[in-house]
Write a protein that binds this ligand. Structure first.
Ligand SMILES: [Zn+2]
Length: 341
């Protein structure tokens, strides 16, 4: 139980409870001091790993000894509450963190400590080794939707707020990962100042530029299965594919080039070398697919922003490929018409 005050800390007089401003408060009859009770600040952290598990501490001491809770502790008078959250996290779990955002502030009347203001942050783990501190008998990550009941009601409340906050994001990520189950999380797309007034998918342009040869190689591999009839022409087509990829990259960089006309000649050449138009459709479809798959593989996808950027990229390259294909088909057909004349 929270211990009661018996003597005044200023004059040593006896303290008793008295109705002040409609509430019973400690009062010193000798020096007339009213002791107002204010909540003590407590800082707490929600640390969630990539498996969507939340870091919990098993309490080694009272109150709530033996129960699990979020890493939590009192803020000292000379430190910021967010600093206290990180300090307690380190002390109790060994994990070093950085604050992501404020999740909740809750005031409670606790039988053991009295009035508390519990401030809960979302914290990202950035280092340290998981090991229980002095106040903890165990520390471990629990699946966030299957936590044991937590010592502090405020912890449960904050965790619900956190889950609500991320519900849509997780649903989007899960759905997207379902499309590409074999890929894992890689680097993040974080837009810089320059990207603000332009397409988010421009961030992915550098990736395409850097990896053009790799993308061409995977396209050539796909061609073996997808368009075996074109294998006798693979050298010329590889050159064509490379020039399309450079065109894609220029297109995405905002150089709205009008050089689609050059693909008219390409269409005519393809016709002359005996390539069938339906096979060209497949070759171009595989070319577009090779860009999309490469980006998904390299930049998969840990936020709605990244998913958006990737889908946007796919939309933008569809426009480009449509124009290329139109020009090739146009060239192919005009050549045929010329031949018949
Ligand atoms: Zn007094």
């Amino acid at each position: 139980m929270k211990r009661r005050r018996r003597f005044c800390c200023y004059c040593g007089g006896g303290v008793y409870e008295k109705d002040v401003d409609g509430k019973l408060r400690d009062f010193c009859g000798q020096c007339q001091t009213v002791f107002y009770e204010n909540p003590l600040p407590v800082a707490s952290s929600i640390v969630v790993n990539e498996e969507r598990e939340v870091l919990l501490v098993k309490r080694a001491k009272d109150p709530y000894k033996g129960m699990w809770c979020l890493p939590i502790g009192f803020a000292e008078s000379d430190e910021e509450v967010r600093g206290a959250a990180l300090r307690e996290l380190k002390e109790e779990t060994g994990i070093q963190g950085e604050i992501v955002r404020l999740i909740d502030v809750d005031t409670v009347d606790n039988y053991f400590y009295g009035s508390l203001a519990i401030v809960t942050y979302e914290v990202k783990a950035i280092g340290g080794d998981l090991r229980p501190g002095d106040d903890a008998s165990a520390v471990t990550y629990h699946p966030i939707d299957k936590t044991p009941s937590l010592a502090w009601i405020s912890n449960e409340k904050a965790l619900r707020i956190y889950i609500d906050l991320y519900r849509d994001t997780w649903a989007m990520l899960d759905s997207f990962k379902h499309l590409f189950p074999e890929h894992t999380v890689m680097g993040k797309v974080i837009p810089g100042e320059a990207e603000h007034k332009t397409f988010l998918s421009n961030i992915l342009v550098k990736l395409i530029e850097r990896d053009i040869e790799q993308i061409c190689e995977s396209w050539a591999r796909d061609m073996r299965h997808g368009a075996p009839k074109l294998m006798p022409h693979i050298r010329e087509l590889l050159e064509l594919n490379r020039s399309i990829l450079f065109g894609v990259q220029r297109w995405l960089s905002g150089e709205v080039s009008s050089d689609f006309a050059r693909f008219l000649a390409t269409g005519a050449q393809l016709k002359a070398t005996g390539v069938r138009l339906p096979d060209m459709v497949i070759a171009l479809a595989l070319s577009r697919r090779s860009i999309w798959l490469h980006v998904v593989k390299k930049k998969f996808l840990s936020s709605p922003l990244e998913i958006y950027a990737t889908l946007e990229l796919n939309n933008r390259i569809i426009f480009y490929y449509d124009k290329v294909f139109f020009a090739i088909a146009e060239g192919y057909c005009s050549d045929a018409t010329d031949g018949m004349r």
